[in-house]
Design a protein around this ligand. Structure first.
Ligand SMILES: Nc1ncnc2c1ncn2[C@@H]1O[C@H](COP(=O)(O)OP(=O)(O)O)[C@@H](O)[C@H]1O
Ligand SMILES: [Mg+2]
Length: 384
């Protein structure tokens, strides 16, 4: 039986969302398969790591997690023949060891979805689920991601970027660049998610304030032209070098709620009955789009996945101007909340098939990398 370490929580604004994703969409279906030994690894908000079966129970996080973290021993990682978890058993100084066959990071946001955790797993030489280091890092930075996709001629709404420190030193050229865009504009911190620090501005009088808000969250800022006649969709994708798209999904949160974390994650029960719940509240699956536009969205999402170098899974968000019928790329989420299992289910892939396939893809990528030559014989050292 293979041992899977499900890693969740983390030093991110999306810490709590990650707990739900891990417990309901990964640990539970993995255990239901009966094929894996599942180890829960929780990273607390202060960055400490814990490994304990009690961490599989949602009730612990509803009350008592602080107490647990104070008393429980922290986990140590041993980089030996892959990755081994070590913790004190609190019993006569004995230690517990568990060798990990595959890691399943279910982290959203900073220090997890951004490539840093993937880097650690890569160094340990352990197979892991989801995007690799570079795809995760590129996806996490809205500027970098638009530069990478733009180089492949993937359309985005016109945008400019700059550092808050540059704006402070000499605002004139930057404001001139922004003035070349057409209002309304979106002002965003480059490297945050969940709509945190984002403002939609309708005229130049609101601009400085929005820039200040964004600068509060990140030194790197992106200002984008708003896509008109907006129809927003998201496309979950799975695979390594032969990715497949799930259904094109239309999130149904109101446009004025775009900045509202609660609207995305907490209000899933208040919308019309024809819509289905997802981790972003309610949504239409499949999105109600003319066939050609639907297919265009699906194919653009796959192009983005390839351009960014995603593997395992990711979710590509697109903004469609329904009048001009242009599909614009907005962003990629390397570890979509709850894996977008609700969408895959509609494509006929059950929750446990989804996690099983993601683990298979992790091994497949790992094996492909193992086959690559990483050493090179030289007599370089002998010259000294
Ligand atoms: N250029 C744009 N045109 C129209 N709407 C946008 C644009 N950029 C962002 N939005 C709206 O704001 C939301 C949040 O922006 P997004 O870039 O997705 O940030 P986050 O990483 O916080 O999800 C989007 O889901 C969309 O509703
Ligand atoms: Mg978004």
């Amino acid at each position: 039986m293979k041992t899977v370490a499900v890693i969740f929580g983390g030093r991110s604004a999306e810490h709590d969302v990650s707990i739900i994703s891990a417990l309901t969409s990964v640990i539970k279906p993995l255990e239901l398969t009966g094929q894996y030994r599942v180890e829960a690894i929780y990273i607390a908000k202060d960055g400490s790591w814990y490994w304990d079966d009690r961490l599989k129970d949602i009730a612990l996080y509803q009350s008592g997690i602080e107490d647990f973290c104070q008393k429980a021993p922290k986990v140590h990682l041993l980089f030996e023949d892959g990755l081994t978890l070590v913790k004190s058993s609190q019993f006569a100084g004995r230690k517990m060891y568990r060798h990990i066959d595959v890691a399943f990071p279910v982290m959203h946001g900073t220090y997890g979805e951004d490539g840093s955790l993937m880097g650690l797993l890569e160094m340990a030489g352990v197979p892991y689920v989801g995007c690799g280091v570079s795809a995760a890092a590129v996806a996490m930075d809205k500027v970098l991601c638009k530069q990478v996709t733009g180089a492949q001629n993937i359309p985005t709404a016109p945008w400019v970027w700059f550092l808050a420190s540059e704006l402070e030193r000499n605002s004139k050229p930057i404001l001139a660049e922004i003035a070349a865009l057409k209002y309304p504009l979106f002002v965003k911190p480059a490297r945050l998610g969940s709509s945190i620090g984002i403002t939609r501005v309708t005229d130049s009088a609101q601009l400085m304030n929005a820039l200040e808000v964004a600068a509060h969250f990140d030194d790197k800022i992106i200002v984008e032209q708003a896509v008109a006649n907006l129809f927003e969709v998201t496309v979950p994708i799975m695979g390594n070098d032969q990715p497949v798209a799930a259904l094109v999904e239309q999130p149904l949160t109101k446009p004025d709620d775009f900045f509202d974390f609660d609207a995305k994650y907490l209000q899933g029960g208040k919308k019309g009955s024809s819509a289905k719940t997802g981790s972003q509240g309610y949504s239409n699956i499949p999105a109600d789009l003319p066939k050609a536009l639907y297919e265009q969205a699906q194919s653009l999402a796959l192009q983005v996945y390839r351009a960014v170098g995603c593997s395992g899974t990711a979710r590509v968000d697109l903004l469609i101007d329904t009048q001009t019928e242009v599909v614009y790329f907005n962003e990629v989420n390397p570890m979509p909340g709850s894996l977008y299992a609700h969408n895959w289910r509609q494509k006929g892939i059950s929750g446990h098939q989804l996690v099983t396939e993601l683990i298979r893809l992790a091994f497949e990528r790992h094996a492909a990398r193992q086959r690559l030559e990483t050493t090179f014989q030289t007599n370089f050292l002998k010259q000294f």
